[in-house]
Write a protein that binds this ligand. Structure first.
Ligand code: HEC
Ligand code: HEC
Length: 412
């Protein structure tokens, strides 16, 4: 009894800890508990039960890395580059081609469009609030927006650009030469700086005034009765909080839920060729290269069998605008998603499905309440006009020579 009481105290301490610091990873928080209990005499089995989920909370200010500070000029440059196909192979695939503001900052088909001549192999994610993730992509393959932007512009099925060609294309735009010089002091534009500017722009794509957030932060606001009933289900009977928790409404862990495969993708030749290319690029075994028809998710990163078919828990923020859902877009509506969970998830193609999902036996009105609560994490639609892009002009000899001298003198 004494043990249980002190465990409770510890857990409530941890709860407060995570409430004060929303972005603290659950691991770090668990470590903190581990350190706290280290001096006490708990058995390991008691520790294993200490699975307390960080409470849902209002979204705090966006984290900004110290080596890429935000300035209005940098954000403005990032916004231009976000729409500019010159950062890419054939000029037709800027970030906005697959992350369009009026399409939830994503792309509305189950599998995203790809670079001309390919299709993509996953559903395009929204960029709203992506700045809060520690790991980006469905399988967490990138750990910063700067790194991610580089991968997107160069990746074979996305931007398919070559760094030196992209740099040359930016260098041919007089306005970019001025803007890069002003923001980065770099003479001719550098692609590495372009990723920094885009990341700074993405850190402005944030939504913190949803009905859920306002109910937390503004005493005059509250959730509707339907949403409140939905929250009780979310945190209880429906058990969503187990994985969708904290301020981001994601634990950023990886699970196989048994999401059905995308038939259209399995039978399309072009999609399969694209997928073989990805398998090869990710260095899987020859047997897998030949036989796998499905997306192995987190396995590509760890090469551990237990990670096959696992994907990062996505945030539930802004989902009102981001249908279809899941890594392969096979669930068309939020009603479909809730029905999927109600059935206890899907079939296990890899023997790795999480044991957390169980049939939920939700009534029709409970499903409506749950959906209403999930929608409370979405505020107004965030729309933006495509900016007017600056024209290119051939460089003359003196401009090239001068920018070379500038760079040299900068170094001294
Ligand atoms: C051809 C379509 C396409 C283009 C072009 C593209 N993306 Fe994406 N983007 C996707 C798809 C599809 C995913 C999900 C891929 C995955 O998880 O493997 C994604 C994922 C992302 C994510 C991760 C979001 C999250 O929740 O983890 C970010 C950030 C992102 N893209 C930013 C960019 C930026 C910046 C550019 C331009 C430099 C860009 N994208 C260009 C299709 C595209
Ligand atoms: C075991 C952890 C876990 C539990 C429990 C869980 N989810 Fe998820 N959720 C995930 C993962 C992982 C994905 C992505 C799966 C994929 O694409 O294969 C996801 C995807 C989603 C999506 C799609 C988001 C998008 O951007 O496509 C929604 C909506 C969602 N979950 C809502 C819920 C609701 C509502 C509940 C409770 C009934 C719930 N989840 C319970 C882990 C979980």
């Amino acid at each position: 009894m004494k043990t249980i009481l002190s465990m409770k105290t510890l857990l409530s301490m941890k709860k407060r800890l995570t409430m004060n610091c929303h972005y603290l990873k659950i691991n770090t928080a668990l470590k903190a508990v581990a350190i706290m209990v280290a001096g006490l005499s708990f058995s390991p089995s008691v520790m294993a039960d200490a699975d307390i989920d960080p409470p849902l909370a209002a979204l705090g200010p966006v984290p900004i890395p110290p080596d890429n500070e935000m300035t209005p000029e940098k954000i403005e440059l990032g916004k231009l580059l976000y729409w500019d196909g010159r950062l890419g192979g054939d000029g037709s695939m800027p970030c906005a081609a697959c992350h369009a503001p009026e399409l939830g900052w994503g792309y509305p088909s189950s599998i995203s469009r790809g670079y001309p001549g390919t299709v993509h192999w996953r559903n395009s994610q929204t960029l709203i609030n992506s700045a809060y993730y520690g790991k980006l992509f469905w399988a967490g393959g990138s750990n910063s927006l700067e790194h991610q932007a580089r991968g997107a512009a160069k990746g074979g099925v996305a931007g398919n650009g070559e760094s030196n060609v992209m740099e040359a294309q930016l260098g041919l735009v007089p306005e970019y030469r001025e803007r890069f010089e002003e923001v980065f002091g770099s003479g001719l534009p550098k692609v590495e700086n372009a990723w920094e500017a885009i990341a700074a722009f993405e850190r402005t794509l944030v939504q913190r005034d949803t009905p859920f957030d306002l109910a937390q932060t503004d005493a005059s606001k509250s959730l509707t009765a339907e949403q409140q009933r939905g929250q009780v289900l979310f945190e209880g009977k429906a058990n969503c909080l187990e994985c969708h928790n904290g301020a981001l409404v994601s634990d950023e862990q990886y699970y196989n839920l048994g999401v059905p495969s995308n038939k259209q993708w399995e039978t399309s030749g072009l999609a399969q060729i694209t997928f073989r290319f990805e398998l090869y690029a990710k260095g899987v075994t020859e047997a897998l290269y030949r036989e796998t028809k499905r997306d192995l998710g987190f396995y590509f990163r760890t090469k551990q069998k237990r990670d096959k078919g696992k994907f990062r828990t996505p945030s539930l923020r802004y989902v009102k605008y981001t249908a279809p859902y899941m890594h392969n877009g096979t669930l068309a509506t939020l009603d479909d998603v809730i029905e999927f969970y109600n059935q206890g998830g899907g079939e296990d193609a890899f023997d790795t499905k999480t044991s957390i999902l169980k049939p939920l036996n939700l009534t029709e009105s409970e499903k409506r309440d749950l959906k209403a609560f999930v929608l409370s994490f979405s505020g107004d639609e965030i729309l933006m006009q495509k900016p007017e892009l600056p024209p290119s002009r051939a460089l003359n000899y003196f401009e090239v020579a001068n920018s070379h001298i500038d760079k040299k003198s900068n170094k001294n």
